[in-house]
Design a protein around this ligand. Structure first.
Ligand code: NDP
Length: 478
């Protein structure tokens, strides 16, 4: 069985110990990954540091051209990468385009697009003031070495979201994949590293200590992390010691509010994928659905028929729409929340609710009604294939429910009346509020949370600026 190496200064780095990566659909071990030692983490940061001045000194057009080559390499290996995503992360292969299940092929395609867009955006020097006495320009400079810690839900795409804007701005990177999905991410980085100078992108891998070792390195100038709020707070505390910048995308507990004039049949498919894309293991998935009393039964019936119709299985099998939960930790968390809901007075499991037995982490799509604010499945982020549907009487009540938690990544409002939907959207405390869609991120559109969902924006010009510091050049004309 293959042991997958890290990338250190352009070469494959092995180490004394390894850990397994498993297929969540079968439980089978897919391969091993070398665990980085503390010394190797330091060496990866040192390699990034050594490579950074020359990388930053290149004309921006050269970095753009090299990143376009990265996009080409991803494209020409997209089937290989998509197969790793399905085997290791679990989402079905699916396809790209309207009507296709957005699965691993979508993820590989997204990596290509989220490389091309930051590579092609223009970032001219901004002249913020000029008169006869002075001219003031804002220049963007790289931070230096960026430590990026990527999660297991979109293991390639989120790594790309972190790495490519950092590189474009002249930073070098040390990336740590999630211990649950290291192989696919490492395979992608191996390909990327072949077209970049040595040391510009490096990886470290492991579980338990490696992320902590990485962010504590004095040679790290910026940290970008996607994962839980608890770990994000620990990372922010470490960054605060040296006052270095962080971008933290910490998930949330997105509310979707259906307004009373919505047509349940028309919105059902959008709501369904808004909640169950990637088995609900998406930072900006709809995780609490608020529905007016009068539409409650119709919305539940529509979602139930979709949930029961979606073929679940090994994502490599053609026709699979829904895969397993990625790892046992998440499977247990989802199971616990559903068991707690079952024991809650008034709750009804509309469909699903009983985990499959067997080696894979299959958990049926589950809808739960009869819950209220304060119940665990409503208040805690399930990050899995379970959706609580909560009744409301007035829109004000639904807005208050949506805003009452200490997280604010995304939210959505569903109505044919866009003016009314906008008015409700403007009252929601979330980094993004979608109208008649949910979780529809785009490489040109800034994305990031408020409250305990984190800070900093990714994507578009805002994402590039987050990977740079500003320097003002102020020219006196006297
Ligand atoms: P974590 O948030 O704990 O992230 C794990 C990653 O962070 C690993 O790479 C780990 O590496 C690293 N890490 C852990 N502690 C530190 C630290 N102190 N400093 C630096 N790096 C650290 O997520 P889990 O994967 O354990 O998932 C837990 C929950 O997070 C899930 O149940 C889900 O709710 C949420 N989540 C949210 C995601 C999102 O998209 N926002 C994505 C994935 C999960 P190491 O252990 O080697 O240090």
């Amino acid at each position: 069985m293959q042991v997958h190496a890290n990338v250190l200064n352009g070469h494959a780095e092995t180490s004394p110990t390894t850990f397994d990566s498993r297929n969540p659909a079968t439980g089978a071990v897919l391969g091993q990954v070398y665990s980085s030692t503390r010394e190797q983490v330091a060496a990866a940061v040192a390699a990034a540091r050594a490579a950074q001045p020359a990388w930053a000194a290149r004309p921006d057009s050269e970095r753009q051209a090299l990143l376009m080559k990265v996009a080409e390499v991803i494209k020409s290996n997209s089937e290989y990468l998509a197969h790793w995503v399905t085997r290791e992360q679990g989402k079905p292969l699916g396809g790209v385009g309207p009507g296709q299940v957005p699965g691993a092929r979508f993820e590989a395609w997204g990596c290509e697009v989220w490389t091309q867009v930051p590579a092609s955006l223009e970032l001219p020097v901004e002249v913020v003031f000029e008169d006869e006495t002075r001219r003031d320009e804002v220049h963007l400079k790289p931070h230096g070495v960026v430590a990026a810690i990527a999660p297991w839900n979109w293991p390639l795409l989120i790594a790309i979201w972190q790495v490519i804007p950092a590189l474009r701005m002249g930073n070098t990177v040390v990336l740590k994949p999630s211990e649950y999905t290291s192989i696919g991410t490492l395979e992608m980085v191996k390909l990327i590293a072949e077209v970049l100078p040595p040391g510009v992108i490096n990886t470290v891998s492991g579980a338990g200590e490696v992320g902590g070792w990485l962010v504590e390195q004095p040679g790290v100038d910026k940290i970008t992390f996607t994962g839980s709020t608890a770990t994000g707070k620990r990372i922010a505390a470490v960054a605060a010691q040296r006052l270095i910048s962080t971008t933290l995308e910490l998930g949330g507990n997105d509310a979707a509010i259906v307004l009373p004039d919505a047509d349940p049949a028309a919105i059902a498919m959008g709501l369904f994928w808004g909640a169950f894309l990637n088995m609900g293991q998406t930072c900006a998935a709809a995780k609490r659905l608020y529905v007016p009393d009068e539409l409650h039964d119709a919305v539940v019936a529509q979602l139930k028929s979709l949930a029961e119709a979606m073929p679940m299985g090994d994502g490599l099998e053609p026709g699979t729409a829904i895969g397993p939960i990625q790892n046992r930790m998440q499977f247990d968390k989802v199971s616990r929340l559903v068991e707690t809901a079952k024991a809650t007075a008034g709750a009804t499991i509309v469909c699903g609710g009983t985990p499959a037995t067997g080696p894979g982490n299959f958990y049926p799509l589950t809808l739960v009604t009869g819950l209220k604010d304060g119940d665990a499945l409503v208040d805690e982020e399930q990050f899995g294939p379970v959706l609580p549907i909560i009744r409301y009487r007035t829109v004000d009540e639904a807005v208050a429910s949506a805003n009452r938690l200490d997280v604010g990544l995304g939210a959505s409002v569903w109505s044919p009346d866009i003016v009314r939907a906008r008015e409700v959207a403007s009252r929601l405390e979330a980094g993004t509020v979608w109208i008649n869609q949910h979780g529809m991120v785009h490489p040109m559109v800034p994305f990031g949370g408020i409250k305990a969902s984190g800070w900093g924006a990714e994507f578009g010009h805002a994402g590039l600026k987050g990977m740079a510091r500003t320097q003002v050049i102020s020219v006196g004309k006297g």
